[in-house]
Design a binder for this molecule. Sequence first.
Ligand code: DOR
Ligand code: ZN
Length: 346
Amino acid sequence: MNITESISLCRPDDWHLHVRDGSTLATVIAHTARQFARAIIMPNLQPPVTDTAAAMAYRQRILDNVPAGLDFTPLMTLYLTDNTPGDEILRARDSGMIHAVKLYPSGATTHSDAGVTNIEKTYDTLAVMAECGMPLLVHGEVTDPDVDVFDREQVFIEQQLMPMLSAIPNLRVVLEHITTQDAVNFILDAPERVAATITAHHLLLNRNAMFAGGIRPHHYCLPVLKREQHRRALIEAIRSGHPRFFLGTDSAPHARRAKESGCGCAGIYTAHAALELYVEAFEQAGALDKFEAFASFNGPDFYGLPRNTDKITINRKQWQVASEFPMGNEDTIIPFRAGESLQWKL
Ligand code: DOR
Ligand code: ZN
């Protein structure tokens, strides 16, 4: 069998990304803009990006930090609250720069306190979104402390997502960063208006990675890593080449001190080597021939945006990941696979 030495593909986009703000933004946006033409920018800043004016100002701060010579377009989102007015959705749509609205169940994850306390409270707003074709991006986990943390995605799908999809018939929905066999099956059975993103880390790791030889805070993210059976279901999803699965890194930088802590933050930083990590996962899955559609076609097709036209090449070449990246003057970001070798290079 021939071993692939190089793959060329249409330039990809990242359909789920955290770039933060301030000094962190400068470091991380350079990593993303080197690889991707566009990225869906998560709105969970503090305070959250809840209106069009805030999203437009954030968009400008992002553009101001894109290194000269790189062509990168941030696709902005709004943060849904219990009280997002329908008018705000129309303003967002009219801006032409805001491409989705993000639902964080309140308390589900980093900076979600201002999120939705009861999904039914948002139904009127969701109906406006359905009407104007604005997709809803969903952090799909229940927050009930009595539900086991490993079951929260599956319970969310059954108890909240399915009823919401029936209540708002034309709403386009992306279930973000799916982690379970249940979520894969849900997408396969769902109508065409429902899609999902898959991260590189959920393709590469199962939950053992959080406890390999001791507790590993840099492998802690939400939704939390699941058991191997679920990782395999994600691998089957990418192998299938199904058009409603696409690339979303959920790269989520946190200061080293905030991760290596008695109560560490959730988030894995993968933007420094996102494409290389995905290619590794696709190669392991024997699915390199499915990578271009996953990374470069399925996302824009779902969002109704044009596909990119330029090409990139990723070569089989060993290189070493940095052990850390600067985060302001005081702290650092520890990237996924810090100090280790990768086998593919953009
Ligand atoms: O691991 C995560 N980190 N999951 C999320 O949902 C949020 C993200 C973040 O913002 O740090
Ligand atoms: Zn995220």
